[in-house]
Design a protein around this ligand. Structure first.
Ligand SMILES: N[C@@H](CCC(=O)N[C@@H](CS)C(=O)NCC(=O)O)C(=O)O
Length: 219
């Protein structure tokens, strides 16, 4: 399986992470996303007219959406990652896969603006990114009340892998992760998975922070 990849792309990292967790070896084809803009040149536009990466090729199959890639890798080699043992769980997986594309737009957009000086309304992107993080936090708290540690189930699914990278990299776009204890615990649980791989530059300070202490006077 060949992945057209950029090492600092959170969308590409989703696919590398899912492949590692599913035990799939990828043939990595590096793309000069920055500064070269290779993803917008004819060779790659012929594969993906949308001009984005990742792109995954497996024999005759060509995929240009990361959520589809996660589902494909899981279905092929690690079906337990698909979730969906009940109708409710299947729907939750789809809900969070769709949500993950909002994270790409807002947290990813803020990151591109701050790191690569892409044009855009940074205040709006950060506001939308913060709203998305609040939604994720609320979703995780609800799951915790149901006794579940992950977004769709009591075990991780493709939905968690789809959401994790842009959340972990939110500080690159100037969006703080500090106010979200449930996100912190969820990130730790993902990092603790067997075969988890890091992305260079991904933030750890948020997760390494001690839990807030309640001072005796506050009690
Ligand atoms: N829908 C795509 C979007 C992926 C995406 O936004 N990729 C970024 C890199 S992280 C990209 O190629 N953006 C094009 C650009 O900024 O020029 C997916 O999730 O696979």
């Amino acid at each position: 399986m060949k992945l057209y990849d950029y090492i600092l792309s959170p969308s590409c990292y989703k696919v590398r992470l899912m492949a590692a967790l599913a035990g799939v070896k990828l043939d990595i084809r590096p793309v000069d996303f920055h500064p070269g803009g290779e993803h917008r040149r004819p060779e790659l536009l012929a594969l993906n007219p949308a001009g984005s990466i990742p792109i995954l090729e497996d024999a005759d199959l060509l995929l240009t959406e990361s959520s589809a890639m996660l589902v494909y890798l899981a279905a092929k080699r690690a079906p337990q990652w698909l979730g969906g043992s009940t109708a409710e769980e299947a729907a939750r997986v789809q809900q969070w896969l769709s949500f993950s594309h909002r994270l790409t737009a807002n947290l990813g957009g803020a990151r591109l603006h701050e790191m690569l000086h892409r044009p855009g309304d940074i205040a709006l992107l950060q506001t939308q990114g913060t709203a998305a993080l609040r939604e994720l936090e609320a979703g995780l708290v609800e799951q915790n009340l149901r006794g579940k540690s992950f977004l769709a189930s009591d075990r991780p699914t493709v939905a968690d892998i789809a959401c994790f990278p842009y959340v972990a990299l939110a500080p690159d776009g100037g969006v703080s992760l500090d106010p979200y204890p449930a996100i912190r615990l969820w990130s730790r649980a993902i990092r603790a998975l067997d075969a988890f791989i890091e992305m260079p530059g991904i933030h750890r300070l948020h997760e390494l922070k001690p839990e807030p202490q309640i001072a005796p006077d506050d009690e």
